[in-house]
Ligand binder design. Structure first.
Ligand code: SF4
Length: 668
């Protein structure tokens, strides 16, 4: 081991849900951690550039109130007073938190405890609602709990890997590298990509199923019916008769190949991501996939299973602490009174919210209608990232007390906030994150706190103290919060619960500091980590429904290889900007009769419009166009594509349909 490696801090990448381990040197060097199970030393272009994102340019360094620098005391007093006023005027339903998968688990836990336990509101939702809420809802319907049964090694041990709505090569690059490395050793391994677009992930695929946008349920319901015909037992009512070629637009020969491969291959992993989840039928899509694994028994065993991967580094941590409007901490069930009572007693929180809160899109609708008196946004930029962003901006402008705690000054959301609270960023803060295969890893600070920035959990505890609940938030450090979170997972629950961190509930501060990557469940006794065979396995009927809005050209949105979210970090790295320096709309050449390549094109919908440069690309399907979701007003005054995106949501998960908006395209 060389000297610089010895001096490095073991932490994790703050970008995607793969959760790669990183060795960060005090000299700004960053390399993949060979000892971390997720990446075994690999990093993608974004992770490798982390060292170039730690400068203080654009950072929020001091509390601000009404546009002026303020002391911490004054800013925290103002935040507490805003909540007090809103509670008096509207009651608990008039206050809200909108948080982020960028928060560490300890921050998430503190925010959820403040909202549900003490403000007494279910109105805490996360930008994870945009990412994987449909997968969560699908898991809960099928398994009774939000369980990801598989482990990353399954992707290497499978003989058939099916990527559904996932451009893994760009969005979870290290997992894609692991699959390709495994296939180089076992060439019999097949890769199928299910995606309307011919993405970078298709380059290595044996079969690309370019299905019609939004038709995934038909594809997997058709597969399920085929499995029934092939001899797998299907309960009554599950084998829907659908005209799958007509609904999906796929050729019968392609479908026959897909059916044959799935039916005859024991080791199958079906991995899905935002292309599946971001849909008005996202939950049904998740269950349609899970159904095919349940009827074949291909779950919880090596090389097989349904596998949802998350977009954000700690979307899983947020799910574990229940920081979504319809969930409780520790996978406790808000619909079981005895579990609600157990949490109320544990937190000593007589005001514990008894009903679910508003999910993201509904929350901002309520705000526009004047029903939210105080909202605290943490580590996210809803003015850019939510659909129908003009509506979101009207909502933000209407909230009497809007608090934003963030690393970055001057975001589009910050323009509307009266109170700005500087938070620690990556490399400065300390806590844990959970990746897509349930591995809890430490994120460790190795840089000094800049300016007056503080940890999110500390800021939350200070506001709670000012509201009179200080004794319940008197944690000396992040380790104490983690222990409390772990203890919640041991609270009595009559139904079987797999999520169990009891074995970590007594961790010392030193043990927490040294915690190696640890896969849950971590019970006090019995086997830990590994694959899960869900104790509850339910098949769910998933009737095919068309997307919420039809007609015209269909706008698909998504991520680019080298950018992350609204580019607050990656947008500052010149070599990452070289991949795509401006937002570009791609259209199939056959659909671009009136449009000039390289010219500007107006993308207009019933909700708004954006202007982007046009590129012709045969990889984009006929009748659809694609735009990246990253650009903010500061970076591209007209390129914010969410201005045009429909706010339609899935009726079960509340996840927005970010991948199916009818638009018209005209030269600008
Ligand atoms: Fe970071 Fe994801 Fe890249 Fe790993 S694959 S380095 S977690 S962005």
């Amino acid at each position: 081991m060389d000297g610089s490696l010895l001096a490095a801090t073991r932490t994790t990448c703050p970008y995607c849900g793969v959760g790669c381990g990183v060795l960060a040197g005090a000299d700004g060097s960053v390399r993949g951690d060979p000892a971390h199970p997720a990446n075994q030393g690999r990093l993608c272009s974004k992770g490798a550039a982390l060292g170039e994102t730690t400068g203080l340019e654009g950072r929020l360094l001091h509390p601000m109130v009404d546009g002026k620098r303020a002391s911490w005391d004054a800013a925290l007093d103002a935040a507490a007073e805003g909540f007090r006023r809103a509670l008096a005027q509207h009651g608990p339903e008039g206050v809200a938190l909108y948080v982020s998968g960028q928060l560490l688990t300890e921050d998430y836990y503190a925010a959820n405890k403040l909202a549900k336990g003490f403000l007494g509101t279910g109105n805490i939702d996360s930008n994870s609602r945009l990412c994987m809420a449909s997968a969560v809802a699908g898991h809960r319907r099928a398994f009774g709990e939000d369980l990801v049964p598989g482990v990353y090694a399954d992707l290497e041990q499978a003989d058939l890997v099916i990527l559904v709505g996932s451009n893994l090569a760009w969005c979870h690059p290290v997992l894609h590298q692991r699959i390709l490395a495994a296939r180089a050793i076992r060439p019999q391994m097949r890769l199928v990509v299910v995606d309307p677009r011919r993405t970078a992930s298709c380059e290595a695929a044996d079969l690309h199923l370019a299905l019609r946008p939004g038709s995934d349920v038909a594809l997997f319901a058709g597969l399920l019916a085929h499995l029934g015909r092939a001899g797998f037992a299907l309960p009554e009512g599950l084998g829907q008769v659908l005209d799958v070629p007509a609904l999906t637009g796929l050729a019968p020969a392609q479908l026959a190949t897909f059916h044959h491969w799935f039916t005859t291959t024991e080791r199958v992993v079906t991995l899905w991501s935002q292309g599946t989840n971001q849909s008005s039928s996202g939950t049904d899509k998740a269950n349609a996939i899970i159904n095919c694994h349940l009827v074949t028994g291909r779950i919880g065993r090596p090389g097989m299973g349904p596998f949802s991967v998350t977009g954000q580094p700690n979307a899983m941590g947020g799910r574990e602490v229940g920081a979504l409007a319809n969930m409780l901490a520790g996978h406790l069930d808000a619909e079981r009174p005895e579990e609600v009572a157990a949490l109320r007693d544990f937190w000593q929180a007589p005001n514990l919210a008894l009903k679910p809160g508003l999910k993201a899109v509904d929350l901002f609708r309520a705000a526009e209608e004047g029903r939210i008196g105080a909202m605290w946004v943490m580590a996210t930029n809803p003015a850019v990232s939510l659909p129908d962003s003009a509506q979101v901006r009207r909502a933000l402008a209407r909230i009497p007390t809007l608090i934003l705690s963030d690393c970055h000054a001057g975001s589009d959301t910050a323009q509307h906030a009266q109170i700005l609270l500087p938070a620690l960023g990556w490399g400065e803060k300390d806590g844990t994150v959970t990746n897509s295969e349930r591995v809890i890893s430490r994120q460790r600070g190795f840089l000094p706190a800049p300016g007056e920035a503080r940890a999110d959990w500390w800021i939350i505890a200070q506001v709670a103290r000012r509201l009179g609940w200080g004794a319940h938030f008197a944690w000396p450090n992040a380790a104490a919060i983690f222990r409390e979170h772990a203890a919640v997972t041991e609270l009595a629950r009559p139904a079987p619960r797999v999520f169990d961190l009891g074995g970590l509930a007594d961790l010392s501060d030193a043990g927490y500091d040294a915690l190696p990557p640890t896969q849950w469940p971590v019970p006090r006794q019995g086997p830990r980590g590994g694959r899960i065979t869900p104790p509850v396995q339910r098949l769910v009927v998933t009737p095919f429904r068309r997307p919420a809005h039809q007609g015209g050209m269909i706008l698909l949105t998504g991520r680019l290889r080298d950018q992350w979210h609204t580019m607050t970090r990656t947008g500052r790295v010149p070599r990452l900007m070289q991949h795509a320096h401006e937002p570009v709309l791609t259209v199939n050449p056959a659909d671009a009769a009136d449009l000039a390549e390289g010219g500007l094109v107006r993308v207009a919908s019933a909700w708004g419009e954006a202007v982007l440069r046009l590129a012709l690309d045969a990889a984009t399907p006929r009748g659809a166009c694609f735009a990246p979701m990253h650009w903010t007003d500061q970076l591209s005054p007209c390129g914010r594509i969410n201005a045009a995106v429909t706010p339609a949501t899935d009726p079960v998960s509340g996840q927005p349909e970010l991948k199916h908006t009818p638009v018209t395209l005209t030269p600008f």
